[in-house]
Design a protein around this ligand. Structure first.
Ligand code: ADP
Ligand code: MG
Length: 289
């Protein structure tokens, strides 16, 4: 019977760490035409590491001390990467005053009377003048799939911190599997277009970059108007985009908020569980018909 095959599929899924909240979700998942993925922590490991520091007119240690001390005001993965790099290079990390995160942009704070900003190059343009050296260094790092944080002290650009967050090992295979099933894959990211494009290109998928959290919601809504869109995300920031999708799937050790908003969850952080979930949903609906 119909309820029995749905119940069987729900429990088959659950044994593999694929949770779906009922038959309505299975039905929607079976119709998925496009999967939109958040980048950081979903397609990538979510653990960016600093690969290089470029200093302008200051020592690398000074750049890192100012940057890391201000990043204490943020819990973003990039903030953790900068703080970790400072500590492992014996740079003193202090608590900046008035340190506060600006979502989708970076962080600001005061250290020893110096106003510091650390964040995305495109949001740094209005805060400091970029020399040609800084501009071309940032562009080269981004073309290599690295995320660049610009460090500005009292309105002067003093450094660039490059970080790389490696794609999960099974991400490219998952995208290929979806493609073979006739499902499109799209990466949504707040990162810049060069970095996002480099990573999406290496995974063989489409991308939309430089999205503020509300832009991700708008992008998902636009897609959902065209067909069934499954959105895969992990963090608190993704909850609104998960809610806007036909099916919102929380991946990994997602926060309680994301899990609550989600229609489904993938508990083992395997990107290949995305095609597995769609395949299970299709098989279930096929049995019913
Ligand atoms: P993502 O979609 O990759 O999770 P976010 O929307 O969180 O990105 O942030 C967008 C961009 O803003 C990041 O790629 C980064 O350039 C910048 N950014 C955000 N928070 C920070 C921070 N604490 N330190 C440095 N840069 C940051
Ligand atoms: Mg994110």
């Amino acid at each position: 019977s119909v309820p029995a095959s749905i119940a069987a599929s729900l429990s088959t899924g659950a044994r593999q760490g694929l949770l779906m909240k009922g038959g309505v979700v299975i039905e929607a998942a079976a119709k998925t035409g496009i999967v939109a993925f958040d980048k950081t922590g979903t397609l990538t490991q979510g653990r960016p590491r600093v690969t290089e520091v470029v200093a302008f007119g200051r020592s690398e240690a000074e750049v890192m001390e100012l940057a890391a001390s201000v990043e204490t005001g943020s819990s973003h993965p990039l903030a953790l990467a900068i703080i970790e790099r400072a500590k492992s290079h014996a740079v003193l990390v202090r608590n900046a005053t008035e340190a506060k995160a600006i979502p989708g942009q970076g962080v600001t704070g005061m250290l020893d009377g110096t106003a510091v900003f650390v964040g995305a190059p495109r949001h740094a343009m209005t805060r400091a003048t970029f020399g040609n050296d800084a501009k071309s260094a940032a562009e080269q790092l981004e073309a290599a799939g690295k995320t660049v944080a610009v460090v500005i002290a009292d309105g002067v650009l003093i450094g660039l911190i490059a970080m790389r967050d490696e794609p999960r090992e099974d991400a490219a295979a998952a995208v290929a599997e979806l493609k073979a099933m006739g499902v499109r894959s799209l990466m949504l990211t707040g990162d810049n277009a060069r970095t996002g494009g480099a990573i999406a290109g290496s995974l063989g998928m489409e991308h939309k970059a430089e999205l503020m959290p509300e832009d991700k919601v708008a992008a998902v809504k636009t897609l959902a108007a065209e067909g069934a869109v499954m959105m895969i995300g992990d963090g608190i920031n993704d909850a609104p985009a998960l809610a806007a999708a036909s099916i919102g799937v929380a991946m990994g050790s997602g926060t309680d908020v994301a899990l609550e908003t989600a229609d489904a969850a993938i508990l083992k952080s395997r990107v290949r569980d995305v095609p597995a979930m769609i395949r299970l949903a299709r098989a279930t609906m096929g049995n019913i018909r």
